[in-house]
Design a protein. Structure first.
Ligand code: CA
Length: 425
């Protein structure tokens, strides 16, 4: 999905399979997301325990009040009544929303599927099949075709899994049901405007109301969708991906994509590297990193694409990357490091680049939601402010982990491992 639903793509779930391309869609689609928002929603994520699940009757009560607000927002009564007739409460959508961060994966488990050999092969086929279109999009928007195709690959398995849930029903359920209600209500009103304008026939998508080849939320359609094939419609939903792929390029351009700048490169760090420096918050000229002994994983000198940061998304025993501002542009789709690295490395491989070379510490397991909250709670009690106890391993929590590791004489890589939690207990 476009936007900041971190954690979404890290969740484990199964998807209903389509008839066509069933196996492929399942294999590569099981990691696609579609929960999000091409705007800024904070990924917020944590389920409230014991909160009662809504119901169809509750949704209908809510819709009566919402109708007034929608009409005040300019939706004609006839449009509202026709569109919302028969909208159903979808308990599965709520379940997924509540649990999306509870079963997070490690980055290496995520990348195994997100950037699998199948996904690379299918991406190369997608480029070959759409080369002229992709060349024109790249020329118009200044975003490399491999990056656009990588987004397509992760968001809908190159169009094979675009989602088959009614968008209005998903958004109404999430707007009514509470968590981020205001956000989803605004998206629902945007969706009604799309319906009112006659822009979409089969308005289906994935569970959080994102839809189309590259999983746009309705408000993103309004802001960023383009009619690239010139048929008068901004159609992200049909079999032809032209508008959707151009809209994605337009979205990335809007957020500041710099053509020719890599998202990042895999590097090796020298013996004695100061791990305090491995954070997006530390930005240095490439010459400085080079002088510190950082090199490409293949052994060469670092390419100079301007100031960048060192990132260790799996801790100091995993792969290291030198990243540039395009990394932050990809974060506008999804803020999870694993997602950005997946898009980045998939795009690299689609232009003949290497898979990630370093090993990952595969014996480590991901902390559960409860463990992540416990980690934050204990960090706070030990005097290392994690910025709240919400289960999200955001920048403050990473900084707190680093400070704790440093105080204990560990490598301060900021990785929230079971070892750190055990030491805090
Ligand atoms: Ca069009």
């Amino acid at each position: 999905m476009t936007g900041g639903g971190a954690g979404c793509l890290l969740s484990i779930w199964t998807k209903r399979k389509r008839n066509l391309n069933r196996i492929v869609a399942f294999l590569v689609g099981m990691l696609t997301c579609g929960a999000g928002a091409a705007q800024t929603i904070l990924p917020d994520p944590v389920a409230e325990e014991g909160v009662e699940m809504g119901s169809q009757a509750g949704l209908e009560d809510w819709l009566a009040g919402f109708r007034t607000r929608a009409l005040e927002a300019g939706i004609p009564a006839a449009t509202f009544d026709a569109a919302m007739r028969g909208v159903e409460f979808n308990a599965g959508v709520v379940e997924r929303d509540r649990s999306q961060n509870e079963f997070t994966k490690t980055i290496w488990d995520y990348l195994d599927t997100a950037v699998s050999g199948d996904r690379v092969t299918l991406g190369l086929q997608a480029i070959a099949a759409n080369r002229d279109l992709l060349d024109r999009i790249e020329a118009e928007y200044g975003v490399e075709k491999e990056v656009v195709v990588a987004v397509w690959g992760l968001e809908s398995a190159y169009g094979t899994y675009r989602g088959d849930l009614p968008v209005l029903g998903s958004l109404a359920t999430l707007a009514y049901e509470g968590r981020r209600g205001a956000f989803f209500e605004a998206e629902l009103i945007a969706a009604l405007r799309i319906v009112q304008g006659g822009h979409v026939e089969d308005f289906t998508g994935s569970w959080a109301g994102a839809s189309g080849h590259t999983q746009f939320m309705p408000s993103s359609w309004e802001k960023f969708a383009v009619d690239f094939d010139g048929d008068g419609k901004r159609n992200l939903w049909g079999d032809d991906p032209a508008d959707a792929l151009a809209s994605t390029a337009n979205y990335l351009r809007h957020w500041g994509w710099t053509k020719g700048q890599p998202w990042g490169v895999e590097v090796v760090l020298p013996e004695g590297f100061d791990y305090d420096q491995s954070t997006e918050r530390v930005v240095k000229p490439v010459a400085d990193w080079q002088a510190m002994g950082v090199r490409l994983v293949t052994g060469g000198d670092l390419p100079d694409h301007g100031p960048g940061s060192i990132l260790l998304p799996g801790g100091h025993r995993g792969a290291a990357f030198l990243i540039w501002p395009n990394f932050q542009v990809i974060e506008k789709y999804n803020t999870a490091d694993a997602y950005v690295v997946a898009i980045g490395n998939l795009s690299d491989q689609l232009r003949g680049g290497l898979p990630i070379q370093a090993d990952w510490p595969r014996e480590l397991r991901a902390l559960t939601l409860e463990e992540r909250k416990e980690l934050q709670d204990l960090l706070g009690k030990a005097g290392f402010d994690p910025g709240g106890v919400d289960g999200r391993m955001g920048p403050k929590t990473v900084a707190a982990v680093k400070a704790f590791q440093k105080a204990r004489g560990l490598v301060p890589d900021g990785y929230p491992s079971l070892e750190v939690l055990t030491l805090l207990r």
